[in-house]
Design a binder for this molecule. Structure first.
Ligand SMILES: O=C(O)CCC(=O)C(=O)O
Length: 267
C-alpha cells in the first residue's frame, strides 16, 4: 500500500464484503433504558399516531445519530457530505411472524411502500445505508434482524426474481447478534427481514437511513411532485413517507445532529 492509499476501516470493509456490520455501544449502557422508554411513550402517543412524525414528537433518540463512529463510517464511504434520508421507529409486538426477505429504499419493488422504482440489475454502489438501533433489553426471545450476507452484490430484488422465494429462508441467512445499544448498519440492497418475535414485551428498534448528499430524497415527501407521481404510478406512496421536521424540533437537536436534518426542515 502506498502512503496515499485510502485507509478503509474494518467496518467499511465488512459493509463492502458482507453488506452489513454492527457498531456496538452507540447508546451508552446507562442511557439506553431512558431512550427505550421515551421512544415507547412517543410511539403510543396520540400526537404520533395522528401524524407519524417521529422527529416532531421525540427529541431523545435523535441525539445519538451523529455518534462519531457512525459519522466516521459514513465519511469513509461517501466523504463528508451525507445526511439522514428517513427515520422511523419499528416495534415488533409479541406474536409477530418473520417477514419476507426484502431490500430497502431507494431500491425495492412496488410490493413494499419503499420503492423508488430503480430497475434491476441495480448499480453496484451503495446509495443508502439502513441502520437498526437496538433499544429493547436482550432476552432469550429478543433476536436480531435476519440478513443474507453478501446479497447486496446480487443487484436484484428478492421480490422480482424468479429464482428467489422471499418467504423461504435463504440458505446462508443469519440473525445479526442482538445487543442493546448497538446498531446494525447495512447496505439498503441487502436482503433482510424482521425475525419472528415471541417475547412478552414489544421489541423496539428505530431505523435510520443515511444517504450521500447527491441522492434525491424528494420522493420521500408525500407532498413533493416526485412523491405524488410515484404514488400515482405504483398505486401507493412510493417511499416511507417522511413528514417535514418542524423548525422547533430541528432547533432542539444538538449542533452536530442538525446538519444531518437541515434539508428536511419545514421552514
Ligand atoms: O426488525 C428488524 O430487526 C429490522 C427489520 C427491517 O429492517 C425491515 O423489515 O425492513
Amino acid at each position: 500500500m502506498t502512503e496515499t492509499a485510502p485507509t478503509v476501516s474494518a467496518d467499511a470493509l465488512r459493509l463492502g464484503v458482507d453488506g452489513w456490520c454492527v457498531l456496538d455501544d452507540m447508546i451508552p449502557e446507562g442511557q439506553v433504558e431512558g431512550v427505550l422508554e421515551s421512544v415507547t411513550r412517543t410511539v403510543e402517543s396520540s400526537e404520533y399516531l395522528e401524524d407519524r412524525n417521529f422527529l416532531a414528537h421525540n427529541a431523545d433518540f435523535v441525539r445519538y445519530v451523529a455518534n462519531g463512529r457512525m459519522t466516521a463510517l459514513l465519511d469513509a464511504i461517501w466523504g463528508r457530505f451525507y445526511r439522514v434520508a428517513w427515520t422511523t421507529p419499528l416495534i415488533l409486538e409479541p406474536g409477530t411472524s418473520r417477514g419476507p426477505l426484502h431490500i430497502d429504499w431507494p431500491f425495492g419493488t412496488v410490493w413494499l411502500p419503499r420503492s423508488a422504482g430503480i430497475k434491476a440489475p441495480f448499480p453496484d454502489t451503495c446509495l443508502a445505508l439502513t441502520t437498526v438501533w437496538m433499544l429493547s433489553p436482550r432476552t432469550r426471545d429478543t433476536v436480531g434482524t435476519i440478513v443474507a450476507p453478501g446479497s447486496h452484490r446480487s443487484l436484484v430484488d428478492p421480490f422480482m426474481d424468479d429464482r428467489i422465494d422471499p418467504d423461504t429462508p435463504h440458505a446462508t441467512e443469519m440473525h445479526v447478534p442482538w445487543k442493546v445499544g448497538s446498531v446494525l448498519v447495512f447496505d439498503s440492497r441487502l436482503w433482510h427481514t424482521n425475525p419472528e418475535h415471541h417475547g412478552t414485551n414489544p421489541r423496539v428498534t428505530v431505523k435510520v437511513c443515511y444517504s450521500p448528499w447527491w441522492l434525491n430524497l424528494q420522493p420521500l415527501d408525500p407532498e413533493s411532485s416526485e412523491g405524488k407521481r410515484m404514488a400515482e404510478e405504483f398505486g401507493r406512496t412510493a417511499a416511507p413517507p417522511m413528514p417535514r421536521i418542524p423548525v422547533e424540533a430541528y432547533r432542539a437537536m444538538p449542533d452536530e445532529v442538525q446538519p444531518l436534518f437541515h434539508h428536511w426542515v419545514g421552514w
